[in-house]
Design a binder for this molecule. Structure first.
Ligand code: AMP
Length: 349
């Protein structure tokens, strides 16, 4: 008798095993309101990856990493408010909790437990060598010990969730190497415990610069925010900031990031918001005034739907908190198993 398709023995033997989805982790620090650079460089690609058939085999793990916000001077009520606001914005942008594990880092206490176990596997010299530590500690009178150990907490964030891939920009590459080194050392010394993560280039290479100073990246913690477009900025604020964007004096609309960083940044924003190539966005635009109006309107159109959804969600903070609680519960299942493996391996009862 020939086997049928429903014969379990045949199905098991003949169908290739489906590989588990690649797990990709993104952390967002609640040190300031989310801005256009966060959206174009990190959040939009993450949301698109949820439905892209090419990346259908990817599972997103997204954490608002509030513990990292405590490594520098902070105001408790601001960190709390920003944590909820960022989670609300992430949901408004389209992070789908059915496809992405979305949670707040401090609500998964395994992060701090694994952090400690990994501190016992990391050298003082290794932490002290981190360029970001040197930069952030430079000139500070009171440097928090957590600023030194923060890359170890980041290592715990990554290893805890069996992360395969971490999208990293240049500034985080050294920290990812530390995470890989710590994972390999732990595995070699105490037995196979952690997935060793790999860094991947962000799927979309946007690097949005500050409108008021196109030599520096648009940042959450920018001093006065004059050149930062926040995702919740109302249209008139967007128009005002874009109108005041620094350009240059030669008046030529062309894409040349080295020679014309301000104009090229505006063209890049326009391209990212309209789905075009930055080198083509200048066609038909003959003055900086025209370019700025086009950029402002494109940004306003891009932000409008997420701002609408944000307004609706912000009226129901309880619902957002429920989503976060469910995300934390989901994250804790895997995190608990990872910590249990690490505890056993390192010699705890
Ligand atoms: P951060 O604001 O440093 O917490 O970064 C959160 C995510 O946004 C990271 O994946 C960054 O690479 C990305 N990001 C931050 N600033 C920018 C920017 N100006 N342009 C593009 N991506 C950015």
């Amino acid at each position: 008798m020939s086997p049928t398709i429903t014969d379990p023995a045949v199905c098991t033997a003949s169908s290739p095993a489906v590989p588990p989805p690649v797990r990709r982790l993104t952390g967002i620090k609640p040190t300031g309101p989310l801005h256009l650079g966060n959206y174009l460089g990190a959040i939009r690609p993450m949301v698109e990856a949820q439905t892209d058939p090419a990346t259908g085999a990817t599972h997103g793990v997204v954490a608002v990493v509030d513990l990292h916000a405590l490594t520098v001077e902070h105001r408790p009520h601001e960190v709390r408010a920003l944590t909820l606001e960022q989670a609300t914005v992430l949901l408004a942008v389209g992070v789908d909790p059915r496809r992405t594990t979305l949670f707040v880092q401090s609500q998964v206490p395994e992060h701090t437990e694994l952090h400690y176990l990994l501190e016992c596997t990391t050298g003082y010299g290794e932490a002290q060598r981190m360029i970001q530590f040197k930069q952030k500690a430079d000139g500070q009178r009171h440097v928090r010990l957590s600023l030194l150990t923060y890359p170890v907490l980041m290592t715990a964030d990554i290893l805890l969730h069996d992360t395969d891939e971490v999208p990293v920009g240049d500034d985080q590459r050294q920290h990812l190497e530390l995470a890989r080194g710590v994972a390999e050392r732990f595995n070699n010394r105490y037995g196979d415990t952690f997935t060793v993560p790999r860094g991947v280039n962000p799927p979309f290479a946007a690097r949005i610069m500050d409108l008021a100073d196109p030599a520096v990246k648009m940042e959450k913690s920018a001093a006065d925010g004059a050149g930062v477009i926040y995702l919740l900025d109302p249209p008139d604020a967007v128009r005002r900031k874009v109108k005041r964007a620094v350009t240059d004096s030669d008046g030529e609309v062309c894409y040349d990031p080295d020679r014309k960083p301000g104009v090229s940044n505006l063209m890049e924003i326009l391209a990212a918001c309209t789905g075009a190539d930055p080198r083509q966005t200048g066609h038909g635009i003959t003055s900086y005034g025209q370019l700025k109006s086009a950029v402002a309107e494109a940004v306003i159109d891009t932000l409008a739907p997420l701002q609408r959804r944000h307004r609706a969600l912000a009226r129901e903070p309880g619902q957002v908190q429920e989503v976060l609680a469910a995300g934390a519960a989901n994250a804790r299942e895997r995190a608990g198993a990872t910590v249990a493996r690490a505890r056993r391996a390192i010699g705890l009862l």
